[in-house]
Design a protein around this ligand. Structure first.
Ligand SMILES: Nc1ncnc2c1ncn2[C@@H]1O[C@H](COP(=O)(O)OP(=O)(O)O)[C@@H](O)[C@H]1O
Ligand SMILES: [Mg+2]
Length: 394
């Protein structure tokens, strides 16, 4: 880890000058890869805000590097020789989190067998990083607001007020304005936290950074595992650059580590990448992503369609919309015993239109069984069909 001096020599002359990204103010932070315009903006703001005591709110999807930036703020600050304390507010229940943050007195609740110092006290003269602050309960939000405003709090079960001098950095992976609207987050706390916001864009919005990230993790994991893999097959790099990265940098890091471990030559090949990057459906538990319902599935379907079509496709509309249209017609037709007049009524389209679509999609042509027709360009097979429930089959 670089020293405080390193950070300061590097930032000399840039912090606080108010100059734009692309100049020295946007220079990289140690251990943080990225040269895209939005990342240079992140570097510039980080360097500008670090020397102050201002509260920083880091926003971004999971895996975008929020924790990395929180640590850089501490390391670049005059408090870098003091403690850096991280608390994941999303990982504990309300009462455990309260006692974790503020400490408690012996006997204040069942299990409180000793007096305990909280993380705020531990962060005195340093910084505290409140990760996933969006998960805190209304009661804790009141206590947090007071620490932010007055630097004061009480341990659970104690009447004595403690004072603490700590720099607060918080992160959220939810839009706090939505949380305020939903009544889950206090507006006054939001304004108090949001003194300097730093937004980390998702990786899919800064694809220029992907290659550098891949190469840097390749080096890291090859060294760590004593492998000599040091190159990436161009096709593999293309797949990495085209992927949508719902898990952002963390997901990319995992795939590169996996490839280093699975591969044995000097080159990272397509076959070392997980199925979802190769346009195949990954074997994965469905529940979490299914919760989003239709929109999530639709987004996934469209993503996969775009990926499967390749970068030179110029018929995405027909391909992807056609794929959905065809599947819809097939399913409804099947549910209506292949009676076209019934299917047209259920679909809410004219019978002639249905007839035209059936021949366009070559549905119901003799010799074709559902599922083996291939898509309209004959390049990739149609997606596996959902089994039709028995009630709809007859
Ligand atoms: N720009 C980056 N350069 C290098 N590593 C990164 C970058 N962004 C994220 N990482 C790495 O990706 C992983 C996830 O980052 P983290 O800061 O924990 O994300 P978050 O807190 O937003 O979920 C960590 O291992 C981190 O080191
Ligand atoms: Mg995190």
């Amino acid at each position: 880890m670089p020293s405080y001096q390193d950070y300061h020599t590097r930032s000399t002359g840039s912090a606080g000058t108010g100059v734009g990204a692309g100049d020295a103010g946007g220079q990289n932070l140690p251990d943080v890869i990225g040269n895209s315009a939005p990342m240079r903006e992140v570097f510039r703001t980080t360097r500008q805000v670090a020397p102050s005591k201002a509260c920083v709110l880091i926003l971004g999807e999971t895996g975008t590097g929020k924790e990395l930036i929180a640590r850089a703020i501490h390391n670049l600050s005059p408090r870098s020789t003091g403690p850096y304390i991280r608390v994941n507010c999303g990982a504990l229940t309300e009462s455990l989190l309260e006692s974790e943050l503020f400490g408690h007195m012996k006997g204040s609740f069942t299990g409180a067998v000793d007096n305990r110092t909280g993380r705020f006290e531990a962060a005195h003269a340093g910084s505290i990083f409140l990760d996933e602050i969006n998960s805190t309960s209304p009661k804790l939000q009141v206590k947090l607001l007071r620490v932010l405003q007055e630097g004061e709090f009480e341990r659970v079960g104690d009447n004595n007020t403690k004072k603490v001098d700590t720099r607060i950095v918080a992160a959220t992976n939810r839009d706090l304005l939505d949380e305020i609207d939903a009544g889950r987050f206090r507006e006054d706390l939001y304004y108090r936290l949001n003194v300097v916001p730093i937004y980390l864009p998702p990786l899919r919005d800064r694809r220029d950074d992907i290659e550098a990230l891949v190469l840097s993790f390749l080096k890291r994991y090859a060294d760590q595992n004593r492998r000599d893999m040091n190159k990436v097959q161009p096709e593999a790099m293309r797949l990495l650059c085209d992927h949508d990265w719902p898990g952002n940098v963390r997901e990319l890091q995992n795939y590169v580590e996996r490839a280093v471990i699975l591969g044995n030559g000097p080159v990272l090949l397509v076959e070392h990448l997980p199925p979802q990057l190769r346009g195949q459906t990954p074997p994965r538990p469905t529940s979490a992503r299914m919760k989003g319902g239709g929109p999530v599935l639709t987004a996934e379907l469209v993503r996969q369609g775009i990926r499967a079509a390749g970068p030179n496709a110029n018929d995405l509309y027909d391909r992807i919309v056609g794929q959905v249209e065809r599947e819809l017609i097939q399913q409804v037709l099947q549910a209506c015993d292949r009676v076209q007049i019934k299917a047209a009524a259920r679909l809410g389209i004219n019978r002639n239109t249905l007839h035209k679509k059936l021949s366009e999609f070559r549905i119901d042509e003799p010799g074709l069984t559902p599922g083996d027709e291939g898509d309209r360009n004959g390049e990739s097979p149609a997606p596996p069909r959902e089994p039709v429930p028995p009630s709809e089959q007859e």
